[in-house]
Design a protein around this ligand. Structure first.
Ligand code: NAI
Length: 515
């Protein structure tokens, strides 16, 4: 692909708001002459002034040389009318998100630019093929999806519509590389790559809350401290704001004809209706103090570790995940470990399920449920900053408190939640991996592009497929099968792409040559 010259020497930007300005900056920095056009009076001039001020600031900070600042500045011009874009090789649209207005603009542009000019839209929610349907030459039209803020978000989705010429996408990819950004290729499907792959994280966290398993803040803490997500799902929704994120959840769900994997939640629908949108209004899943929209988050305190005087002996289920590691952990924590075939009358009984809930294990293994506690051992204890325990509806308070105190002995954070198939991390991660796997099954993008796009576009600690490999595809598959058993919800049905690789114990990230 690197052999294809992009050939975009003159670039028109139509719509010079937040996105258009950022794209103009990157295009000028890639060496193109950039024409700024906007219908709103003075908008293109304001964008031009902002760009010059920004390059002056970057120069003052030593990030670019004075020569670069001058060169970039001379590369940007304000177009007085749309006809001034006639000499462009590429026109990038970043106007209002409306199909009719975008189509109207491109029809107009077709009458202005020459037949070789590439036309692209920065839409994040409209189908590229639908926008192209109005054009007489849809083969030179593509999606070119940047993320906000453009200079910092390094991934760019290049989307082929049904009739887009493959050479157009190759040239756009090379232009993206010239900007110093990373192009990923996507098929024209709802949400493209990033907004599709991101459907699991928030929706599964919302389901967990809707089952009263744990509160918002506990779920955020668990996902940050166990899996290394930078932001918990509720912190993230507070930052993005529900007037943006809830409609995206509904849109992808409905565009996929109510696919259960993407099912939105009544919780966000209601909060959106009530105006509890997030940080920008000073009220979201968290409370904020100080000036709106920049108030400081108020984080609820961690529940205290109970004071337990008489620690019971501990018996571990023979079927526990990572049983030897769990034994070693209990030994390190100073527990009195029982090694008999069955627990004594006093013992705290520990199970470590994958995907199943604590109740199911207590019933299937015929254990005394009043003394059964679950611990999430999907990840190695050494790799997590927080241990997660789950009760079942019969667990005695003294047993719950003893387990909490025992697993907090070394000072590591402990969260105690109510029963949940797959605790928190198992089910959220399994859902994220499964959606990514199904995107591969559908051929929306390559596995490599998927992981790069999600890692850079959503800031996940690893791409979803790499996450699946870290946990083990067979384990992810087991979690999903068991979640289906617990909930009976087709949401958790494993994608064939994952089922085949999980069944054979194959890696999710090193299979380029296989189907
Ligand atoms: P914005 O509201 O900041 O800027 C839009 C600009 O387009 C305004 O200056 C407006 O005057 C101008 N405009 C509207 N209709 C026009 C027309 N017919 N011809 C010429 N100019 C016109 O919006 P923003 O945030 O820059 O978004 C623009 C587009 O980028 C939308 O389609 C959106 O879906 C897409 N996008 C936005 C992202 C975001 O986070 N804001 C992320 C990725 C894509």
């Amino acid at each position: 692909m690197a052999a294809v010259p992009h050939g975009f020497n003159e670039v028109g930007i139509v719509g010079t708001g937040a996105m258009g300005q950022g794209i103009a900056q990157m295009s000028a920095q890639a060496g193109a002459i950039v024409h700024l056009f906007d219908v709103s009076t003075g908008a293109a001039q304001a964008a031009h002034a902002n760009l010059l001020a920004m390059w002056a600031k970057l120069q003052a900070k030593g990030k670019i040389t004075p020569e670069q600042a001058t060169s970039f500045a001379t590369h940007v011009v304000v177009a007085t009318d749309i006809e001034s874009l006639a000499s462009c090789d590429l026109v990038i649209e970043a106007i209002v998100e409306r199909l009719d207005v975008k189509q109207q603009l491109f029809v107009q542009l077709e009458g202005i630019v020459d037949s070789q000019c590439v036309l692209v839209t920065n839409t994040s929610s409209l189908a590229i093929t639908s926008v192209a349907a109005a054009l007489s030459r849809p083969e030179r039209f593509a999606g070119y999806h940047f993320f906000n803020p453009v200079p910092l978000m390094r991934v760019v989705e290049v989307i082929a519509g049904l009739k887009t010429n493959a050479g157009v996408c190759a040239r756009l990819s090379n232009f993206t590389s010239a900007m110093g950004h990373i192009p990923v290729q996507a098929q024209d499907t709802p949400g493209f790559i990033v907004n599709h792959a991101g459907r699991g994280y928030g929706t599964e966290a919302l389901r967990i809350v809707s089952e009263s398993v744990a509160d918002f803040c506990t779920i955020d803490r668990i996902l940050r401290d166990q899996m290394g997500f930078r932001l918990g799902p509720f912190e993230l929704m507070d930052l993005t704001a529900l007037d943006v994120s809830h409609p995206v959840m509904e849109s992808v769900y409905n565009q996929y004809y109510q696919e259960p994997r993407y099912r939105p939640s009544v919780i966000t629908a209601q909060r959106l209706a009530g105006g509890v949108l997030g940080k920008k209004v000073g009220a979201g899943f968290y409370a904020y103090e100080g000036n709106v929209p920049n108030g400081a988050v108020i984080t609820p305190p961690e529940p205290p570790v109970p004071n337990v005087r008489n620690m019971p002996p501990v018996w571990v289920s023979p079927k526990a995940a990572r049983r030897p590691e769990l034994y070693q952990l209990l030994k390190d924590l100073g527990a009195d470990i029982e090694t008999g075939q069955t627990p004594s009358e006093q013992a705290l009984i520990v199970v470590a399920p994958l995907g199943l809930d604590v109740t199911t294990l207590a019933a299937v293994e015929r254990l005394d449920a009043t003394r059964v506690i679950g611990i999430d051992m999907m990840l190695s204890d050494a790799s997590v900053k927080r241990r997660v325990l789950a009760t079942n509806p019969a667990t005695r308070d003294d047993m719950r408190d003893a387990a909490h105190a025992l697993f907090a002995t070394d000072g590591k954070a402990v969260s105690v939640i109510r029963d949940s198939g797959g605790f928190v991390t198992q089910r959220v991660v399994a859902v994220v991996v499964n959606i990514a796997a199904d995107m591969c099954q559908q051929g929306i993008c390559s596995p490599q592009d998927l992981d790069v796009a999600v890692h850079l576009g959503l800031g996940y600690p690893l791409g979803p497929l790499a996450m699946g490999d870290a946990i083990g595809p067979t384990n992810v598959l087991e979690i999903l099968f068991n979640l289906q058993t617990v909930y009976g919800d087709p949401r958790y049905r494993p994608s064939p792409w994952l089922r085949r690789r999980g069944a054979l114990g194959l890696s999710l990230t090193h299979l380029e040559s296989r189907s």
